[in-house]
Every structure is written in structure tokens, then in C-alpha cells.
Write a protein that binds this ligand. Structure first.
Ligand code: PYC
Length: 313
């Protein structure tokens, strides 16, 4: 039928956090690097971003991934990650979902695979037991113990760190890091993010800090987190890039040795294992978890449908 755009996708979840991998039907983004293709996506097809992940076809927690032909034929894939409000440089849970999707499609075997992302190449190992270990981009703490005056809350102290995305990590707070407290956690972390932006507190080179991560003790792991993603959704998984940022801070504080395993629990109780290796003075985090396939989809965008590009709030 004319007037219909058909996009094929596979859905999965990684520790409860959904990933929608677009495997066919997306417009051509050229043959440049993933960072260049992301800019073409943003400039020419941003309406498809919201059409793919937002209501009525999706929901705000979905992270979308465009599966791209890699620049280097030796890589397994290129990827561009996005969500309900914009684009992500890297996504840990999404990469685990991508690898399990490629396995499901019969496109990869067990072993290590290179994935090209907008922020650099990473490697992902599909293991015999079905787990996936990603070796992330080098991660680092950019600033320690930064105080920010948050409206209605007062002074909040945290670290600014990079794990493929920019994070503000808060250990000292009076929030209950529990699912029953989601609304307050969202209000608190979004107020912190607004205050960081208002006070021009950024990552390296003025980078926007768009993820806020707060921690509490855990009975099942070394720590439990709540991660506010860009927009107002939270990560159901322990957040691969957020755990990478956490590992970089722990290593910088001398609280984690090279190769020592850290178990990070999410707000829904899922756990990633993580550790760091130091290469040429750079901290390279590894994150281990798994994902489960939940659906094969034929997304249909009908030009007569006023909400084909999603409901934009
Ligand atoms: O796992 O890195 C991650 C991630 C970022 C945003 C949602 N998940």
C-alpha cells in the first residue's frame, strides 16, 4: 500500500530496560562514521526517532537503536542510540540488547565483536553462558565533590563523570532508592539536573550532563542505583554507561582495584557486574549482563495517521 513506511525491529529488555533495534526499513544515513550518521538522523529524520519509540507505537522508556553497516567491515555492526527526547552517545544496556538481537537473528556467533558507536568503538563478547560483556569506551571522573544549589532542596554534592554519556553521581542524599519512591526520585534528580544546567556545571568541553545517578546500599549487590535518563524516564537496568562512570569514580578514589568485580543493582533489582582495566593510563570499564528478546515487530507509519511520528509532549 502506498503512503505506508514499514520499519522492522526487534524488541528486547536488558535487566528490565527495553531496547528496540531497527533492523530494516530506516532511511539511508550514508556511509560516514556513526557520529556523522547520527547528525544526518537528527537533521533529516528526527520525527522517526519519536515515531519509533514514543506512544502510541512505543513508550517513553524505550531506547531505540538503528543497526547500521559498519565503516570497518571487520566490525560486527554500527549503531546509533536514541530515546524519547534525543540521542545517546553510547548505551550499555542497549549494546547488550543489540548483541542478543544479532544472536537471535543468527548474524553473530559466540565470541568478541567490535561495535561502532557515535563515541567510539567498543567490544562486546557473547559468552557461552549467554551473558554479554561489553568493554566500554575509556571512562573517567572529570570533577569530584561538586556542590550545586538545587531549588527547593538546597546544596547537593556529587561527582561529574563520563562513561560514554555524562553523569552526575550522588552518594549523599536522603532519598529512599526504592521502586515505591519513583516519583520523588524523579523529582529530586530532575531538579538536580536543572540546577546543573542553570549553574553551567558541565562535562568536559561544556558537555551537557543529562544523566543523574544516585546510590544507596544494597542487600544483594555492592550498591543500588537510580538513574534518570535524558527526559524523565529512569533506567530499569543498572545502566551500562552509568555503572562505567561509577567504576571510574571508585577507581579514582582507590576503592576499586583493577580487575576487582563490582556488582551494581538497579532500582528494579537487576544486576550488572563491572570491573576496570587500565590501558595507557585510561580506565576501560567492562560491564556484564544479559538481555531477553520480547518481540519481532513490523512498525507501520501511515501518512494518514496524525500520530505516526508519536505523541510529542
Ligand atoms: O545502559 O548505558 C546504558 C543506558 C543509558 C541510558 C539508558 N541505558
Amino acid at each position: 500500500m502506498s503512503g505506508l513506511l514499514r520499519i522492522k525491529a526487534i524488541d528486547s529488555h536488558t535487566g528490565g530496560e527495553p531496547t528496540r533495534v531497527v533492523i530494516d526499513g530506516f532511511p539511508d544515513l550514508g556511509s560516514g562514521s556513526m557520529a556523522e550518521r547520527l547528525e544526518i538522523f537528527r537533521r533529516d529524520h528526527d520525527n522517526l526517532r519519536s515515531g519509533i519509540v514514543r506512544e502510541p507505537r512505543g513508550h517513553d522508556a524505550i531506547v531505540g537503536t538503528i543497526l547500521c553497516a559498519p565503516v570497518d567491515p571487520a566490525s560486527a555492526a554500527g549503531v546509533i542510540f536514541f530515546n524519547n527526547v534525543g540521542y545517546l552517545g553510547m548505551c550499555g544496556h542497549g549494546t547488550i540488547g543489540l548483541i542478543k538481537t544479532l544472536e537471535y537473528l543468527g548474524r553473530i556467533e559466540r565470541g568478541a565483536h567490535t561495535i561502532e558507536t557515535p563515541v567510539g568503538r567498543i567490544s562486546a563478547d557473547l559468552e557461552v553462558d549467554g551473558n554479554v560483556t561489553i568493554k566500554n569506551v575509556p571512562s573517567y571522573r572529570y570533577a569530584k565533590d561538586i556542590s550545586v544549589d538545587v531549588e527547593g532542596i538546597g546544596l547537593v554534592v556529587g561527582d561529574v563523570a563520563y562513561g560514554g554519556n555524562w553523569f552526575f553521581l550522588i552518594n549523599a542524599h536522603s532519598q529512599k532508592v526504592e521502586l515505591s519512591n519513583l516519583e520523588k526520585l524523579t523529582d529530586f534528580t530532575s531538579a538536580v539536573r536543572d540546577a546543573l544546567t542553570k549553574n553551567h556545571i558541565t562535562g568536559d568541553g561544556g558537555a551537557l550532563i543529562d544523566h543523574i545517578e544516585i546510590f544507596s546500599p544494597s542487600e544483594n549487590a555492592d550498591s543500588r542505583n537510580f538513574v534518570l535518563c535524558p527526559g524523565l524516564e529512569y533506567d530499569r537496568s543498572p545502566c551500562g554507561t552509568g555503572t562505567s562512570a561509577k567504576l571510574a569514580c571508585l577507581y579514582a578514589d582507590g576503592k576499586l582495584k583493577e580487575g576487582e568485580i563490582w556488582r551494581q543493582e538497579s532500582i528494579v533489582g537487576s544486576v550488572f557486574e563491572g570491573w576496570v582495566n587500565v590501558k595507557n593510563g585510561m580506565i576501560v570499564p567492562s560491564i556484564r549482563g544479559t538481555a531477553h528478546i520480547t518481540a519481532e515487530l513490523d512498525l507501520i507509519l501511515d501518512e494518514r495517521d496524525p500520530f505516526r511520528f508519536g505523541i510529542n509532549k
